[in-house]
Design a protein around this ligand. Structure first.
Ligand SMILES: Cc1ncc(COP(=O)(O)O)c(C=O)c1O
Length: 462
């Protein structure tokens, strides 16, 4: 006897491994005008040879590529299959809580071994370095998600890994260091006394809480000073090849929305620190937008580090001491030290050149939110959907909730998709502070922003 089946709309949309994208998508191929080049200290475009001090040539080729689609190597795919394709969830409990006509979906990148989207590029970068004969990678990390992702990737590829972790996060999040060590990486607080860049900062301010820009300087310095040439540097965000490696997120999401019976997304939302999870989710939707689709794509940053919403589009260096090229991007000035908010991964002075161009071209709209609204939203999310979001991801959660409330006010049945870039199980100190009423919002004053932009006054203008 057959039992009549009740139709249930899916709340967890899963793809099989064979449905995983086999190519990365490069938005640079579809912009209406070309990207501005990165510049060297002489103001001339950097050459691949100049970049080869810190990156292997195979990644430099991707960095400079204008090909629309780039094949994902089989060895990278075989590792990504460990957790990919990641699920797309329909947030039915949150919809009910907000009493909204909107249908809210979230792409769950917290299912990776390191707990965020970062392994998508860590695996690819470790692979290309291994193929190029490199033995050790150095890097920076904010909240520790990237450092743990790279430690994990290096352990699978047989590389050594050294991580400079922004001091305030190093102190707030000791478990991230332990996780890095578990995967065989080593992790030190930045600014450290072991590099010229770190010592110079400590001489000026012995209590400096650190910044991503300082940690990048230290990691690059260690890579370029290895006399064997077998140490390179890996960056967890900002650069073109990092954006590229994340685009499997949005490609999977589009397939999953179609499986859920959605014709299109109306609003796509992700948090933005250096821009990689946003690029990963949003760039495949930007392609549709360039081809005429109506989609609001929102980049959400903390109001204490308002790069896209309050910074100019300018040439600036990616680190503190000028070891990186000048990049065309929205920036607050490389000397900007944001307040010590708990979303450590969003405390970066600049924004990926690809994301910056997408914003300048009107494909992506920037927004900013204070950390208390984000934690409030994260707690509502945890108490309805169950997952505790990373403080970074909570910015996307808060904006999705604002959009769902707006849809209710407008009486519109919108499809809202947001990126849950990671979980916050190792960020509970931030939750504890919020729950005990000890968390404040910070916004830099116009004077502070003007002062921090002073350091780029003499750089070439885009
Ligand atoms: C969970 C999570 N989301 C977002 C970010 C921000 O980085 P990006 O803007 O490159 O995605 C970070 C950075 O550490 C992170 O750990």
């Amino acid at each position: 006897m057959s039992i009549p089946q009740k139709t249930v709309s899916p709340i967890k949309i899963i793809l099989s491994e064979s449905e995983m994208p086999r190519q990365w998508y490069n938005l640079a191929a579809d912009f209406r005008s070309p990207m501005l080049p990165p510049l060297g200290p002489d103001g001339k475009p950097v050459t691949p040879e100049m970049m080869s001090a810190i990156f292997p040539m195979n990644l430099i080729e991707q960095e400079m590529s204008s090909d629309r689609w780039i094949d994902i190597p089989e060895e990278v795919l075989s590792i990504l299959y460990k957790w990919r394709p990641s699920p797309l969830h329909r947030a039915v409990a949150l919809e009910r809580l907000l009493d909204t006509p909107a249908r809210i979906y979230y792409k769950n990148e917290s299912v990776s071994p390191a707990g965020s989207h970062k392994p998508n590029t860590a695996i690819a970068q470790a692979y290309y370095n291994k193929v190029a004969g490199i033995k050790k990678l150095t890097t920076e990390t904010g909240a520790g998600q990237w450092g743990s992702a790279l430690s994990f990737a290096c352990s699978l590829m047989g590389l050594e890994c050294k991580v400079y972790m922004v001091k305030v996060s190093f102190e707030q999040k000791p478990f991230r260091k332990m996780l890095m060590q578990t995967w065989g990486g080593s992790c030190v607080a930045s600014p450290s006394s072991t590099t010229n860049a770190g010592r110079a900062v400590l001489a000026k301010d012995p209590n400096c809480p650190g910044s991503l820009a300082i940690a990048i300087s230290e990691a690059v310095e260690e890579a370029v000073s290895d006399p064997t040439g077998k140490t390179k540097y890996a960056l967890g965000s900002v650069l073109n090849h990092v954006m590229l490696h994340q685009t499997i997120i949005g490609q999977e999401t589009k397939k999953q929305l179609a499986l859920a019976g959605e014709k299109k997304a109306d609003v796509v939302i992700a948090c933005a620190g250096g821009g990689s999870n946003l690029a990963g989710l949003a760039f495949p939707f930007c392609k549709d937008k360039i081809e005429g689709a109506q989609i609001d794509i929102l980049a959400v940053e903390p109001s204490s580090c308002p790069t896209l919403t309050r910074g100019p589009f300018a040439y600036d260096i990616g680190d503190m001491s000028g070891m990186t090229p000048l990049l065309p991007m929205y920036t607050l000035g490389h000397e900007f030290i944001p307040d010590t908010i708990h979303a450590g991964g969003l405390r970066y002075h600049g924004m990926a050149p690809l994301v910056s161009k997408a914003v300048a071209d009107g494909l992506i709209e920037p927004r900013s939110i204070g950390q208390t609204e984000c934690f409030e939203a994260a707690i509502k999310f945890a108490r309805s959907e169950g997952i505790v979001p990373a403080p970074e991801s909570s910015h996307a959660v808060a904006m999705a909730m604002r959009e769902a409330v707006k849809a209710k006010e407008e009486g519109k049945e919108k499809v809202i998709v947001f990126g849950l870039s990671g979980h916050g199980m190792l960020d509970l100190v931030g939750y504890d502070k919020f729950l005990s009423g000890n968390l404040q919002d910070h916004e830099p004053s116009p004077e502070q922003l003007a002062r921090s932009l002073d350091c780029i006054r003499n750089f070439p203008k885009p």
